[in-house]
Ligand binder design. Structure first.
Ligand SMILES: C[S@@+](CC[C@H](N)C(=O)[O-])C[C@H]1O[C@@H](n2cnc3c(N)ncnc32)[C@H](O)[C@@H]1O
Length: 384
C-alpha cells in the first residue's frame, strides 16, 4: 500500500533531493519550496529514511483541514482518532511551522495542538500522554500555510542531518545534509581526488566518502521515528538495511583534508576513527596559503569561515588569499567554495563558472565554482 510523503530539505537542495528520491525509487515526485512530495510504501519510506542524503525529515501527512478562525485548530485536531496511534503511556512532541495564517506564534500553535491531542486521549483512555521534546514516542508536525493546515507524523524523529558519526565538532560545523548536497551539486564524479583545505571536523570529507562508497546516510544512526509506530515492521526494516549495506562499495578513495586549527584536525581524526574511513581520508594541520597540493589535480570543495559565524580579521584579505593560493598552486583543479559573504567572494579575483544559491541555516549563501585551467590558457579574471 502506498501513501503520500513529504521530504523536507534545505533551501537550494530541492533539485538534488528530487533526483535522489527518483534514484531511490519514489514515485509521483513533485518539487516544492524546501521540500519534495512523493508517494511510497512502508518499505520505501524506511529505505529513504536510511539512505537519503539530502532530506532533513520525511513526513507522513495524516489529515488536512481549513482554518478560518483560531478555534478551528483545536477542534479539528481533537476530532482525529489519536487513540489509534498512541497509548496513554506514550509521549509526544509537536513541531509547528506557520506562514501567512491567523496565528502569529508557532509555539502557541504547538501548544494548542498538544492540548487537543492530550484532551482527546484523556477523554478516550482516561489518562493523558506526556510531552517529551527530546525523545518522544510520536513526533507530530503541524504545518499551517494561509488557511490550510496539514497534520503529519514525522517518520524520521530527530532530523536526518544527525547521522550519528559526528562525535566532536568545531565552532561552525556544516550541516551534514547541506554538506552532502554540496558534494552532489559540485558534480564530483566520486573518482577524482578531493581536497577540503578548511575541513574543520571533516563533515564534507565524510559525506563525500559515504557518497562514493554508496554507504547509506543513516549507516551510523540508531533511531528513527517510525521505529516507535504501532505498525513498525521490524523484519522489513532489517531487510531494507541489509539490502542497502550489501550495496556498499569497497572502492579506495583519494580524499584529503587540512585545517590550520589543530583542534579541528583532532576532531576530524576522532570522527574518521569512528566511521572507519581513515584509509580513504587523510587529514593534517596546515593553512591553505602554505599548503602543498595533495594531488596533481582534483576537486576542492570547502566551507571557509564567513564573517557572520567565524570572525576573520579582514575577510576581504582572507578571500583574496584564497584566490591567490588557487592561482599560484592549484592549476588543473576544479574548486568550489560556499560562503554567505557575497561581497568578499568577489575578492577571490577569479570569475566563477557557476554560482548556486543555497541556504546555510538562515544565511543566504552562494556555492561558487572556479575552474583553474592548467597550462597557457591562464585564469579567468573576475574583472572587478
Ligand atoms: C566554517 S569552518 C569549516 C567547518 C567544517 N566544514 C565542519 O563541518 O566542521 C572553517 C574552518 O576553516 C579553518 N580555517 C580558517 N582559516 C584557514 C586557513 N587560512 N587555512 C586553513 N584553514 C583555515 C578554521 O579553522 C575552520 O575550522
Amino acid at each position: 500500500m502506498t501513501f503520500p510523503l513529504i521530504a523536507k530539505t534545505v533551501s537550494g537542495l530541492e533539485d538534488v533531493l528530487t533526483h535522489e528520491l527518483e534514484t531511490l525509487g519514489a514515485t509521483d515526485i513533485m518539487k516544492l519550496n524546501r521540500a519534495v512530495s512523493f508517494t511510497a510504501d512502508a518499505e520505501m519510506m524506511y529505505r529513504i529514511n536510511y539512505a537519503c542524503r539530502t532530506a532533513l525529515r520525511i513526513l507522513k501527512p495524516l489529515f488536512h483541514f481549513e482554518i478560518l478562525e483560531q478555534k478551528d485548530l483545536y477542534e479539528h485536531i481533537y476530532e482525529f482518532p489519536w487513540e489509534d496511534y498512541l497509548d496513554a503511556e506514550h509521549s509526544i512532541s509537536i513541531d509547528a511551522v506557520i506562514s501567512y495564517t491567523v496565528f502569529t506564534n508557532s509555539q502557541f500553535v504547538a501548544q494548542r495542538s498538544k492540548d487537543a491531542i492530550v484532551d482527546r486521549l484523556r477523554e478516550k483512555l482516561g489518562k493523558r500522554p506526556s510531552v517529551d521534546l527530546e525523545n518522544p514516542d510520536l513526533k507530530i508536525n503541524v504545518h499551517l500555510f494561509k488557511d490550510s493546515c496539514t497534520v503529519a507524523l514525522d517518520s524520521s524523529g530527530q532530523s536526518l542531518h544527525r547521522r550519528g558519526y559526528r562525535k566532536i565538532t568545531g565552532p561552525a560545523p556544516i550541516n551534514e545534509v547541506l554538506a552532502a548536497g554540496l558534494v552532489k551539486l559540485s558534480e564530483w564524479d566520486t573518482i577524482a581526488p578531493l581536497f577540503d583545505p578548511m575541513c574543520g571536523s571533516g563533515t564534507l570529507l565524510i559525506e563525500a566518502a559515504m557518497l562514493a562508497k554508496n554507504m547509506p546516510a543513516g549507516y551510523f544512526r540508531e533511531e528513527w521515528g517510525f521505529m516507535k509506530w504501532r505498525d513498525f515492521d521490524a523484519a522489513l526494516w532489517e531487510k531494507v538495511k541489509e539490502d542497502c549495506r550489501t550495496q556498499i562499495s569497497a572502492v579506495k578513495l583519494n580524499i584529503h583534508g587540512s585545517d590550520r586549527a589543530e583542534r579541528a584536525i583532532e576532531s576530524a581524526r576522532e570522527n574518521l576513527r569512528f566511521t572507519g574511513l581513515y584509509d580513504d581520508i587523510s587529514v593534517e594541520v596546515g593553512s591553505f596559503e602554505e599548503s602543498t597540493p595533495p594531488f596533481e589535480t582534483g576537486f576542492i570543495i570547502s566551507n571557509p569561515p564567513y564573517d557572520e559565524r567565524l570572525k576573520i580579521e579582514d575577510s576581504l584579505v582572507f578571500y583574496k588569499m584564497i584566490g591567490d593560493t588557487l592561482k599560484r598552486k592549484y592549476a588543473g583543479y576544479t574548486a568550489w567554495f560556499i560562503s554567505s559573504d557575497l561581497e568578499s567572494i568577489k575578492f577571490i579575483g577569479l570569475r566563477p563558472s557557476r554560482r548556486i544559491p543555497v541556504f546555510n541555516g538562515p544565511l543566504e549563501c552562494r556555492f561558487v565554482k572556479f575552474e583553474m585551467f592548467a597550462g597557457k590558457k591562464g585564469y579567468p579574471d573576475a574583472g572587478k
